[in-house]
Every structure is written in C-alpha cells, then in structure tokens.
Ligand binder design. Structure first.
Ligand code: PMP
Length: 386
C-alpha cells in the first residue's frame, strides 16, 4: 500500500491496539450482560470494567456514566428538559447553546427550536460571557458549551461558564468529545452537570459514547426506554465489545496523556511554522485563544477547500475542509461564520488534526504538499493540477 499521511484525527482516530484486543476478546463472550448466569456475569464485568476506565479518564464516579451509541446520542440525551437536581423540581424550559457547537447540539435536542437560543462567540471562537449573562437574565436555562471545538480546537473557559450558569440556577452540559488525550481535564473540577464523550475520537470503536451526569441529577423521561439497561436511563442490550474497546482506549489515554499532549504540541509547532514559511499570509483560526495541541485550522486568500482537500488527497495526505457539504452545496463553516470570518476566507478553511501515531514524516508530506499547492495558488492556477 502506498504510504499516506492521515491528518484527520478530529474526524475519527485510528483504533488503538489495546482497544482492538479488548473488542476481539469481548466478541468471544456469548452472554447477555443482563443475564444472571455465569456467561451473563462475564459480559457484565466487561461493561463495568469499561465504566471504571472511562470514569477514570475524566475523574468521574463510575455510577454516573451511561454508555450510548456515540456522542450524537449522548448529546440528544443530555439536551432534555427532563433533568432535575431533585425529583419533582420544575423543568428547565430553555436551552442556550454556543454558536460553535456540533450540529448534534445546535439542533437543540428535545427542547425544540422555539426555546433554543444561541450564545455569541468572539473572533477567536470563545464564548462571550456577557452574552451568556444577558441570556440568563431571562431565567434559569440548560446551557451547552463544548470543551474544545472540533474544527478550530479552541478551548472554552468552562469553569467560568459553569459559575455563571449555576449562579442563575441553570444546568451546564459540556460536549468534551475532542478533548481526551489532548488536554488533561477533570469532570468535577470543570463543575459541569452533564458531559459527553465519544469512543471513536479517542481510539475506541465507532458507535460508542457516554454521557456523564453529576451525582444526584435525575432524568425523569429517558430518550430510549426499554429493558431497563444502564439503570433505566438507556434501554437496549449493551454493545459489549464496543464498550470494552472504548474502555481500553480510555485506560491507555489516562496513563499516556502527558506524552501525547507534548507530542501533539511539537507537531503543531512544526505544522504552523511550515505553513508560515511557505505562505506568510496564511490565517490560522483561533490562533490567539487556548487551543487543542493537535488541531490547526487555516485558510489563505484564493484557496477553495473542496479542491484543496482533493489536491492533498492526491498527494496522499488526508485532511478535512472546514466547510460543511449539504445537498451538494458547500456551505461555509458555521463555526467560522460565528467567529466573523469573511465567507470567502472561510470557504478555503482546511483542518489538520494529528494523534499519537502521527510522525514527522507525515508532517513532511503535508508541508511539501502545501508548498506545491500554494505555488499554484499564488500563480492563480487550479490547485488540483498542481
Ligand atoms: N461532538 C463533537 C464536538 C464532535 O466532533 C462529534 C464528531 N464529529 C460529535 C459530537 C459526534 O460524535 P459521534 O460521531 O460519536 O456521534
């Protein structure tokens, strides 16, 4: 196989060897985790071990973790007016979401469009705290702000946001999908009420995720009913092999976070210095904010992301565009639009994201492809012909 540089880890991370081994081992267990016999108890043990591993990743209590089919489902479960600190407490009827959230949050979950409001971000993509305060003046709300953005890597000041939300009696949900393994963080220190994780972004299998809730938080009307699994919060026979793989990936990250963060930071410095050396006019989005060490989102005047991604692919480099493609029409990224980025520049946005297995040879390949591509760009030629 021809060697390629995979630089799209924020879309999905390759399966970690520990996760693969855990999945294969779990596939050979026949039991249903709800069965009382020995086979069932073995399957149950695999799930409970994974629950402890995922809990340890973020310093949460294992009892507060619900496994789901992914972060999209965990977000749908979180964004619900049926959460309360005490049974019988009045439902929270409004939802505030930051303008840079993932589409699975922007949709508003079970709140519905009429009661979902957007919190503005500044030019770096960071939530404007005064805008949040102004929206909360209308009464308590559930607030959803991500820990780190999937397109730009920009990190939100979650502790400060939690304080503002809690002062008014609201609940804070944090989509932390992009953060594990990239920055150390702790569920309790962030002071969130609900937190979403995804298995496949951390080297676990696709189709796995988790919702973590603050102890004592009660959900009166679960999204998926059924056989009472996951303490009645999420019906359906558990995806035992997937959950075991998610747990193994989490355990690996917990013990390697320091090294993985330092590795990512070193590569990002190389990427950004190389981009600047080839094209001094390059724009790096969110550059002045706190960012994930593994993510660079950039653009250049005249660049068209849809053709640039193809040109990179032909050069055996996998990156992604910051533009969303729906019904055949390429739309500028809503994240960059919320940051006030000019739409022509946003149309050229390219995201490069690395992971633990990314090496210097991958960065060399990316930078040499960019140098070639930018020569065509600067001469006004089609980049695919580069
Ligand atoms: N939230 C964020 C920030 C994401 O990046 C993603 C994946 N692109 C999701 C949620 C959805 O995750 P999943 O694929 O596990 O449903």
């Amino acid at each position: 196989m021809t060697e390629r540089a995979y630089l799209d880890w924020n879309a999905t991370a390759p399966l970690r060897p520990d996760a693969r081994a855990a999945i294969l081992a779990a596939l050979d267990h026949a039991g249903n985790p709800s069965s009382v016999h020995a086979e069932g108890r073995t399957a149950r043990q695999l799930i409970e071990q994974a629950r402890r591993q995922v809990a340890a990743l973020v310093g949460a209590d294992p009892d507060t973790i619900v496994f789901t089919s992914g972060a999209t489902e965990a977000n749908a479960m979180a964004l619900s007016p049926y959460w309360s600190a005490k049974p019988g407490q009045p439902a929270i009827t409004r939802l505030l979401v930051s303008a840079v959230e993932h589409p699975s949050v922007l949709g508003g979950g079970r709140f519905g469009a009429g009661v979902t409001h957007t919190i503005a971000v500044d030019s770096q993509g960071v939530v404007v705290r005064d805008a949040l305060r102004a929206l909360l003046a209308g009464g308590p709300a559930m607030v959803s702000v991500m820990l780190a953005n999937n397109e730009t890597g920009v990190i939100q000041p979650i502790c400060e946001i939690a304080e503002i939300v809690h002062e008014t009696g609201g609940l804070l949900h944090v989509d932390a999908v992009q953060a594990p393994g990239r920055i150390p963080f702790n569920f309790n220190d962030l002071n969130a009420d609900l937190m979403t994780l995804s298995g496949h972004k951390i080297g676990g299998p696709k189709g796995t995720g988790a919702l973590i809730r603050r102890s004592g938080l009660h959900l009166s009307d679960p999204l998926i009913g059924g056989g009472g699994q996951e303490r009645g919060l999420r019906g359906g026979t558990e995806n035992v092999a997937g959950i075991a793989g998610f747990g193994a990936a989490a355990a690996h990250i917990t013990s390697h976070i320091g090294a993985e963060k330092a590795h990512a930071l070193r590569l990002r410095k190389r990427i950004e210095a190389g981009l600047r050396a080839a094209t001094p006019e390059v724009i790096i989005f969110g550059e002045n904010a706190d960012r994930l060490p593994n993510t660079t989102s950039f653009s250049h005047s005249g660049l068209r992301a849809e053709t640039a991604v193809i040109a990179f692919d032909l050069a055996r480099v996998a990156v992604s565009s910051g533009a969303a493609c729906s019904s055949g029409k390429v739309q500028p990224s809503s994240v960059l639009a919320a940051m006030g980025v000019d739409s022509a520049l946003a149309r050229g946005a390219i995201r490069v994201s690395t992971g633990h297995a990314t090496g210097d040879a991958d960065i060399d390949r990316f930078l040499s492809a960019w140098t070639k591509l930018s020569e065509s760009l600067l001469k006004g030629r089609d980049v695919i012909a580069a």
